[in-house]
Every structure is written in structure tokens, then in C-alpha cells.
Ligand binder design. Structure first.
Ligand code: GRF
Length: 220
């Protein structure tokens, strides 16, 4: 396991609540990663102000200012290099990436998705989970591959669906889990406790005693 903190760049497009959970977690002395910059493809992203308020360097790279995805991504790569980024954490980054960019960051770029992948890839996950009648949904942190919302899974959290849930109430419950899952998954990955092997991530198990099934509705 490496002892140096991994240098993490966060990519956002919006409010940045997952970004804030990573920033807060990374303040702990023993956390194996440090957040070195926050970049956004949308200059008006709320998260940029929040990150600046936390004293972090930010950069807006407006994708609309580029004729091609490759041009935008070259600028993004340049910013990531400027800040010496080793790992990229996408947190609500709503921009499709080219296969070239994904390959350059292969096994070095994480994403969080608000469903238990491979179920409900794409947008409107909560409305689709409700329509499907699932009793458990959740969130997933995975390594990015060129197919959207696919890639080796690092960690997942299961979240109950309650009677009367709306997409909004379910999204809020899942978001709370996201804020705990992402720092945990980044820690596992940055510390080397989670290792990629092809299309799988192997985790050095913490405690087999915690490997209990979650029943929903509860057994009693
Ligand atoms: C989160 O639900 C995340 O899972 C999804 O986009 C949302 C971003 O929210 N990829 P925030 O910007 O982190 O608040």
C-alpha cells in the first residue's frame, strides 16, 4: 500500500454535493487522497463557488467554447496535468467523454451513479426504479469505461424504496448514501485496498462479519 496521498481532481457540472463530501473526507489526516482541484465544464456550476469557498483551486472550462469534444478534453487534460492530478473523481460531471479521454485515464477515473449498476444506467434513475417497483435501489462508485455508466464496480450502497416515494424523495435518500459511499470508495481505491483486475475490482475485505444481507421490507 502506498503511503503518499493520491492527488485527486474532481470534475463537476452542477451543485457539487458529492464533491463537498469528498472535500470534507479528504481533510482527515489519515485519508489516502487529497483534493487538488475542481474543474467544471459549466462556468455557472454552483459547485465551483462552493469549492472556492473551501479554499480549493477551481477552473471552468466551458465545453461550448470548443468546436470538438477532443478540443475540450485536451484543455481538461492540460488542467489536470497543471495540478498534478493522479486520480480523477467525476461527481455529477454531465459531459460524455470520448474513448480517447477515457483510455488516457483508464483505471484512474472514478464516477458515482445513483443506482445499483448495472440496473438503471443513464438519466432519470429514480423515476425508473419507482416504475420498475424495485424495493432496493442505491448508488454505485465505479471506474469509468467508454460505455456510459459501465466499468469495474468499486463499491455500492443499497437504499430502501418506501411506499409513497416520489422520484424526489428517493433521490434525496440515495444522495445521503452517495455522500457516504463516494469518500469510502475513493479511500479504498486510493489506498490500494481496492485493486483493478481487468473488468473487476477486488477488495481486500475489511470484515466478513459485516457481510449480512439487507432485507427490505425488514424481516420483522
Ligand atoms: C448525483 O446524484 C450523482 O450520483 C450523479 O449526479 C448527481 C450529482 O449531484 N452522477 P451533486 O452535484 O454531487 O450534488
Amino acid at each position: 500500500m502506498s503511503t503518499a496521498k493520491k492527488r485527486v481532481g474532481i470534475l463537476i457540472s452542477g451543485r457539487g454535493s458529492n464533491m463537498m463530501s469528498l472535500i470534507a473526507a479528504a481533510r482527515a489526516a489519515g485519508y489516502p487522497a487529497e483534493i487538488v482541484c475542481v474543474l467544471s465544464n459549466r462556468p455557472e456550476a454552483e459547485g465551483l463557488l462552493k469549492a472556492a469557498g473551501e479554499g480549493l483551486p477551481t477552473r471552468a472550462i466551458d465545453h461550448k467554447g470548443f468546436a470538438s469534444r477532443e478540443g475540450f478534453e485536451a484543455e481538461l487534460d492540460k488542467a489536470l496535468a497543471d495540478f498534478g492530478v493522479e486520480l480523477v473523481a467525476c461527481a455529477g460531471f454531465m459531459r460524455k467523454m470520448t474513448a480517447g479521454f477515457v483510455e488516457r485515464w483508464r483505471d484512474r477515473m472514478l464516477n458515482i451513479h445513483p443506482s445499483l449498476l448495472p440496473a438503471f444506467k443513464g438519466l432519470d434513475t429514480h423515476a425508473r426504479a419507482l416504475a420498475a417497483g424495485v424495493k432496493l435501489t442505491g448508488c454505485t462508485v465505479h471506474l469509468v469505461r467508454s460505455e456510459v455508466d459501465s466499468g469495474p464496480i468499486i463499491a455500492q450502497a443499497a437504499v430502501p424504496v418506501l411506499d409513497g416515494d416520489t422520484a424526489e424523495s428517493l433521490a434525496a435518500r440515495v444522495l445521503e448514501a452517495e455522500h457516504r459511499l463516494y469518500p469510502h470508495a475513493l479511500s479504498l481505491f486510493a489506498s490500494g485496498a481496492a485493486l483493478v483486475s481487468g473488468d473487476m475490482v477486488n477488495i481486500r475485505q475489511a470484515s466478513i462479519n459485516q457481510a449480512k444481507p439487507l432485507f427490505w421490507p425488514p424481516l420483522e
